[in-house]
Design a protein around this ligand. Structure first.
Ligand SMILES: C[S@@+](CC[C@H](N)C(=O)[O-])C[C@H]1O[C@@H](n2cnc3c(N)ncnc32)[C@H](O)[C@@H]1O
Length: 275
């Protein structure tokens, strides 16, 4: 019972209250609010207090983002799916904060993956696992199946990416761009292996600190070995970017008939600091 109460407290801590959802335009649409900075002419004066309010709003929004981000890194895919099903507005809140964080990165990994695809045959069929706003699909000529926990766009398929609706061996390139978030991340890579054709590509972009053993991150060699044991060959590891690593694997042509137990290293959550 005590355990249950603690769990329930934890659940509450991991969820911003729905009524606090000031950042979601859909929640604001039908709301009439009184803004003390609004003059009788209806034009807002950029007063000191509006700057203060803006700062407070930004702080609240940043806090919500960090809370949702931590939740996604500390639960399995099924729980993450239920979390957003319960309140889809949290997904917009997460992505507003995520875009804010990414705006401070000198280079976005999704752009590198776009360039890679543009340098390869556009007939390659792509699956974007954890596609976010589906930017990859919108910027390449390839046929892209985009998956995420919530779909705000008809081109995005909402699902837990450990179980996509794709048939086996239909994909040429599987992309995970900063999306190995769940505690069961290995199930996402297994799903990618199932849907990839023999010799298909697996491209992984991940936050560098998650693969830095000096700061509590996983040993990249152990991660790479686990992926190879699943049935891939490592083709290239690119550590040149300050913020993220890019790992390129190819699915083996022939799979071993008996699979040995794979030792997956734990991937630490990527928690963003308050700015
Ligand atoms: C950090 S964002 C990156 C988005 C996009 N790939 C990019 O690079 O801009 C990670 C995305 O993975 C999604 N995600 C995490 N776990 C997932 C799961 N189990 N199934 C589907 N999507 C998932 C999140 O909802 C989020 O949109």
């Amino acid at each position: 019972m005590e355990e249950e109460r603690t769990q329930s407290k934890k659940r509450k801590r991991n969820k911003p209250r729905k009524s606090q959802n000031n950042n979601n335009p859909s929640h604001q649409k039908n709301k009439v609010t009184h803004d003390p900075n609004q003059s009788s002419s209806g034009l807002a004066h950029p007063t000191k207090s509006s700057t203060f309010l803006d700062k407070m709003r930004a702080r609240l929004s940043g806090g919500h983002f960090r809370m949702i981000n931590e939740k996604l890194y500390t639960c399995c895919g099924k729980e993450a799916l239920d979390y957003f099903k319960d309140d889809p507005a949290l997904f917009d809140m997460y992505h507003t904060g995520y875009q804010e964080q990414m705006s401070h990165w000198p280079e976005q990994p999704v752009n590198i993956i776009m360039k890679w695809l543009k340098n390869h045959n556009p007939s390659l069929v792509v699956a974007d696992f954890g596609c976010g706003d589906g930017r990859l699909a919108k910027n390449v000529k390839n046929k892209v199946f985009s998956f995420d926990l919530v779909s705000n766009d008809p081109s995005v398929i909402a699902c837990d990416m450990s179980k996509t609706p794709l048939d086996s061996s239909v994909i040429d390139v599987a992309v995970f761009c900063l999306s190995l978030m769940g505690t069961n991340y290995q199930n996402y890579l297994k799903e990618a292996h199932r849907v990839l054709k023999p010799c298909g590509w697996l491209l992984i972009a991940e936050v560098k600190s998650r693969f830095d053993p000096n700061t509590g991150g996983a040993d990249p060699k152990k991660f790479s070995k686990a992926v190879c044991d699943l049935g891939y060959s490592s083709v290239l590891k690119d550590y040149s970017n300050k913020m993220f690593v890019l790992l390129y694997f190819k699915k083996k042509d022939k799979q071993k008939s008996e699979m040995k137990e794979i030792e997956w290293p734990e991937l630490k959550p990527c928690l963003y600091k308050r700015r």
